[in-house]
Ligand binder design. Structure first.
Ligand code: ZN
Length: 233
């Protein structure tokens, strides 16, 4: 487990479920931490029904986000974490912001919560994951807070895609970040199991035809400590 004071862990979740699936045990070990979900916005005019929402059992995409927020609330209650939902739309609804739109608001949010440690997605596969990861790593790089540290978590289930972690680590090295394994290697806890089960719609989507299932969420969590490489901007 990461040595931090209470209330000092801030975890960034691209979507409503990623932090719990990928970091539920670390969250359980740090009650009182904050989970910020970036793409949790209720879209003003979503498509009637996206493929993903249909796979999750929704009949209308306009109903999906409020239900997913309730699932997230239930899961984070179990882990005694606090939910912060930002209003940016999930990529499946269009209207995705640029990193330049996200950078200032997320820098302000980190300043406001003043965490000791950031947990950010490594940025695998999904464009929203890459965007959240790139933004938060830039927030970390620009932070003037010398006591702030940053870990990247490997996202369930994308970390299982062949070469995905390797390719991202290589890109981050080029971008001036140095990543070192920091695996807490805890067994998956009963609290995490209970929290995962709150995301009923997403579990249904993940087990629909041709999708990867969610067994990966029950395998140990994996983290990388992030440092800024010397000599890079
Ligand atoms: Zn996601």
């Amino acid at each position: 487990v990461f040595p931090t004071d209470q209330n000092c862990l801030l975890t960034i979740s691209p979507h409503l479920d990623d932090a719990v699936f990928s970091c539920g045990d670390v969250l359980a070990a740090h009650p009182g931490s904050v989970v910020v979900t970036v793409f949790a916005g209720i879209p003003s005019s979503p498509p009637a029904l996206t493929d993903w929402d249909a796979a999750c059992g929704f009949l209308d995409s306009r109903a999906a986000v409020p239900i997913r927020r309730r699932e997230d609330h239930g899961a984070l209650q179990i882990l005694q974490a606090r939910a912060v939902w930002l209003d940016y739309p999930d990529n499946q609804y269009g209207g995705t912001p640029d990193i330049s739109d996200l950078l200032q608001p997320l820098m302000s949010l980190v300043l406001e919560w003043h965490p000791q440690r950031l947990l950010v997605p490594l940025g695998l596969f999904h464009s929203d994951h890459l965007l959240a990861s790139d933004t938060l790593l830039e927030v970390f790089r620009r932070s003037a807070d010398a006591r702030l540290s940053c870990h990247a978590y490997e996202e369930v289930p994308y970390r299982r895609l062949k070469g995905a972690v390797q390719a991202r680590l290589a890109d981050l090295f080029q971008a001036g970040f140095e990543l070192t394994p920091a695996a807490p290697n805890m067994p998956v806890s009963t609290l995490k199991h209970a929290a995962i089960e709150q995301y009923r719609s997403q579990l249904r989507g993940l087990t629909s035809h041709g999708r990867p299932g969610y067994q990966d969420a029950y395998l140990p969590e994996r983290y990388w400590e992030v440092r800024i490489r010397n000599g890079t901007a």
